[in-house]
Design a protein around this ligand. Sequence first.
Ligand code: SF4
Ligand code: SF4
Length: 178
Amino acid sequence: MERFSFINKGEILLWDNIPELIQLVDKVDALFKNFPELFVESMNLALEIKDHMLKLDPFMDAYSKKVCSLCANICCLNKNSRYEYDDLIYIVALRENFPIPDRNLKENEPCYLLTERGCKIPRYLRPLRCNWYLCKDLLKEMESAPARVFREFSNTFNKMLYIRQQMLNSFFRSLSGI
Ligand code: SF4
Ligand code: SF4
């Protein structure tokens, strides 16, 4: 396990060191590339997470469009969108490209993934902390949805979090077998 000490917990603290961030992404990617049989369960679970995120998207998108378009204090800042190691493992397990910034990031600048037309990546590739963040106004609006619809959203979100934990457990189990 010593060999894999480059995988930590919590936020990836390399936003002012992009070459090292690229190296980290490459190292995690090499695990999936070189040991596909070992990580097959993690990869399948990552696909299930994506599937749940795709189910959540229309509801979240409709309410974000409604509320965020009127917001005077947009929360899409780098400090609110920084990826964690768990996000990186999930994205690489999906065999998708991790969105590498093209410059060092400052905390209070607009998120590097924000464009004039909104976020440039699909919801299932955004950091969990970004997808999880529902401000008071947004949550209030969502809760005004029919009870069945909101319950379904909430159940799907919780199921997605549960599968995500299974995926991470599976990843670390596989890692200890190398
Ligand atoms: S989530 Fe809330 S704070 Fe963030 S942009 Fe939307 S309305 Fe504004
Ligand atoms: S990842 Fe997208 S939605 Fe999340 S803070 Fe950045 S621009 Fe906004």
